[in-house]
Design a protein around this ligand. Structure first.
Ligand SMILES: C[S@@+](CC[C@H](N)C(=O)[O-])C[C@H]1O[C@@H](n2cnc3c(N)ncnc32)[C@H](O)[C@@H]1O
Length: 388
């Protein structure tokens, strides 16, 4: 199917959903869920998604194998901390093209054969077309990697490490706006063949609960009229699933975002919603339907507070740059000067390594580590001060 007909089908599906809704409006979360995850035509589900140089956006694993290799090192330490469970579950949620999985498995098989032998690598992937691409890419690891849907996973199924790189930012968000001093929800509707936004009462009491959880009171005067932002309730549902399935071990969430005080700073008056289309970033979710990514930054405070309620307390929160340096990225940079590499390799790898720790980019991503059934003082290598 061509991109244009994909967009047409998606427009029709959204219009039908709108017409069938009692008030002729969709929450933004419903709109975003269809645009990204409609089983046939959504951006992710249909396989329109492009990750890497020829796609719409980069992720850490699309820059080269270093990210996966360093994460594998962290997984190997976790295997030891968990007293070498058999099997040792590595659970990747939202695996994109399967690149990170391949890098981690390759590193474990080469450098940590004992961990590799114990590993059962599970991928939980929402998008059918991506699952197909992952299966193709990971064919060399058949018998090691297994795909599972949330519904098919028993509670307490895993002892090991769950992780998600840039998953939470891709979950559908509600959008809210301050109008006449009150918090209202932004809905999507259509008029004269154009998508429009209208404000109305909150669609669910869960938004007020979220505000309370995060100590947010948008009626306060420091929040200007028209202030708008996002509320990611799906992140709470996701975390609840993980907490239920993880019997003992760690959850590592890597993404761009902030603590609630920064995320909901009154000066960030238009929120953090962003769209990516062929490496161009913009803020219009109503164009390039089914052909562009739609994301919102992650509120890490919400993940931490939900985690406290779910017996998944925080072990540490750091920046990706520091996390990777603590796992040895600095040594990799230094090794490039050893004279063992040709000039082209040095330039390419140095650029990739610098991008991973760039404080104005990937290096500033948050890395949240939460744990279940582990002593709170068990600090992981990636959370230690680099060089220790
Ligand atoms: C931005 S991509 C990140 C891909 C990959 N982790 C990487 O770093 O390249 C988001 C991924 O999360 C998947 N996803 C979204 N919601 C999900 C859910 N509820 N459960 C599992 N996967 C999900 C998407 O289909 C996609 O594979």
């Amino acid at each position: 199917m061509t991109a244009a007909s994909n967009a047409e089908r998606l427009t029709q599906i959204l219009s039908d959903r709108l017409a069938a809704s009692p008030e002729k409006r969709l929450t933004f979360a419903e709109f975003m869920a269809i645009a990204l995850y409609h089983p046939e035509f959504g951006y992710y589900s249909s396989g329109q998604v492009g990750i890497g140089a020829s796609g719409d956006f980069f992720t850490a694993s699309s820059l080269g194998a270093d990210f996966g290799e360093l994460l594998a090192l962290q997984c190997a330490e976790i295997y030891a901390k968990l007293a070498q469970p058999q099997p040792f579950y590595l659970v990747e949620m939202g695996a994109g093209l399967g690149t990170l999985a391949a890098d981690i498995l390759q590193t474990l098989s080469r450098n940590h054969p004992q961990v590799f032998a114990a590993t059962r690598y599970i991928i939980v992937e929402a998008a059918p077309a991506l699952r197909d691409r992952q299966q193709e890419h990971l064919a060399p690891w058949a018998g090691k990697v297994f795909w599972q849907d949330w519904d098919a996973i028993a509670d307490d199924a895993w002892i090991g490490c769950c992780f998600a790189n840039e998953l939470v930012d891709a979950l559908p968000v509600h959008r809210v706006v301050k109008q006449e001093g009150e918090l209202q929800e932004l809905y999507v509707t259509a008029a004269a063949g154009q998508w429009r936004e209208v404000a109305g009462e909150l669609s669910t009491a869960a938004i007020a609960d979220y505000c309370q959880l995060n100590d947010l009171d948008f009626s306060q005067p420091e929040y200007p009229e028209g202030y708008s932002t996002e509320i990611n309730l799906a992140a709470g549902d996701w975390l609840q699933q993980v907490a239920r399935k993880l019997q003992r071990g760690y959850l590592i969430t890597i993404d761009y975002g902030y603590a609630a005080t920064r995320y909901y700073n009154p000066q960030r008056a238009q929120g953090t919603l962003q769209c990516y289309y062929q490496h161009r970033r913009h803020t219009d979710p109503y164009i390039n339907l089914g052909q562009q990514d739609i994301t919102a930054h992650v509120n890490f405070t919400a993940l931490q507070r939900w985690g406290d309620r779910l017996r998944l307390p925080t072990v540490g929160f750091t920046q990706q740059g520091l996390f990777l340096m603590a796992l040895g990225l600095g040594d990799r940079l230094a090794a490039l000067s050893s004279g063992r590499f040709d000039l082209a390799t040095i330039f390419r790898r140095r650029d990739a390594l610098h991008q991973l720790i760039d404080p104005a980019g990937l290096g500033n991503f948050g890395v949240l580590v939460q744990a279940k059934g582990m002593p709170a003082e068990e600090l992981l290598q990636g959370l230690r001060e680099p060089g220790r």
